[in-house]
Design a protein around this ligand. Sequence first.
Ligand SMILES: Nc1ncnc2c1ncn2[C@@H]1O[C@H](COP(=O)(O)OP(=O)(O)OP(=O)(O)O)[C@@H](O)[C@H]1O
Ligand SMILES: [Mg+2]
Length: 445
Amino acid sequence: MAKLYEAEASPEKRLFISLITRDISLIDAIIDLTDNSVNAAMKRSSNPFASTKDFERYLRATQRNPLAHIDVKISDRKISVTDNAGGIEFESARSDTFKFGHAADGADARDRLSVYGIGMKRAIFKIGNKVKIISDHEDGGFALDLDVAAWEKKPPPWHFDIAKRVAASRPKCGTEIEVTELYSEVKRRVADGIFIDALRDKLSRVYSFFLGRLITLSVNGKPISATHFDVGDRFAHDGFEAADVSVGITVGIARSVSDNYKAENAGWYVFCNGRTVIYADKTNLTGWTGGGGASLPIFQPKHRPFLGLVFFVSEDPEALPWSTTKGTLNEDSLVWQQAKRLMITLGKEVIGVLDKRYGDSGTEIDRSEMAELAGRPTNAFSTASSTKRSFKIERRTPPAETKISYKAKESDIQKVRKHLGKPAMTAPAVGRHTFEYFLENEIDA
Ligand SMILES: Nc1ncnc2c1ncn2[C@@H]1O[C@H](COP(=O)(O)OP(=O)(O)OP(=O)(O)O)[C@@H](O)[C@H]1O
Ligand SMILES: [Mg+2]
């Protein structure tokens, strides 16, 4: 056999950093850091978060007793994320935390939002050059001081220098990640006046299940509250289990607090292990294409009350159909394709009803009529593992009627008019009045 030589195939740090940071927005990078804090809080809960049923149960059982607080601070000098969710133990910091991707047996079986082993590293590389991490843990934590530019120049093998920290008491356990020497594009984004509000909005939507339940979160000291959305309790539901993933799909009519139907809130919402991945989608990603039988129509104003929710839950978060940035879906995933077919079938039930009621453009949607059609407001998450059911519309059929006509003496009719003090009352009105009097007093109808 011919002699084999080693051809250099090791990664260039500079290219590697550029590649992994290119396709993630600054907001999603910061949310990667908060995802890790939420994941740590989920691991502290006694609920295993392993099925749609567990999520539904958590909603019912927890009485506003969050297990961790996450504090995000943003300025044009520094971005930091601090939590008190338990911290990272020194040995895992050494062997797993800073690896780019988990080893086959490296991931913790209780991880729910930590999937690919890339998020934190990508986030800090995206934000700035100086990184400080302090993590306190019950069994001893670690500290890291990293200068990314200096690290880039070091030859392989790749490693970060970390120091050991002594064991801390449980209430003090948590992680602080601070990035300074922000890159110029990051500084500019942060200072553009809309960035912080956009981040707040996104956090409120992304963690609508967790906020106020498992975690509390603040940005620059201001608490973030969950985006609530309720669905009318006449929703349609179906679900299935596939390849370690349990899936629940609910479609109904939105019941917002104000009951104002805004197009921006309508559409499909997709959750992976309780974290919002897709929000109010009306594109062909979720089947709205108008392409005929195998899809939903193109979204029109009359569809504003439409609310569709897809819950994917798995103990193996890699089996879920999210992308590595968790901001979109892996459309090729088999479980997603299977879910999408069912979404279209269920979605058509609600769209069919809306289409029958309203014309094609400029539709005024009558709020009280829609509220009646929707049913009572129900927390959308509480429908995650409902039993299979269809979108029910109660048709109110008018009561059957029969005409009564009879002749009476004019003098008797006159007596009734006089008795009632209504001399101009017509003969049919006298007939109706006397009939109703009988119903009311003799039958109590
Ligand atoms: N705030 C935190 N609290 C506890 N553990 C943390 C925290 N941040 C990071 N970790 C640990 O570090 C690991 C690596 O985090 P990183 O975000 O890089 O990857 P990941 O979360 O495993 O996967 P993903 O690419 O999906 O984010 C996590 O799996 C988790 O064990
Ligand atoms: Mg992560």
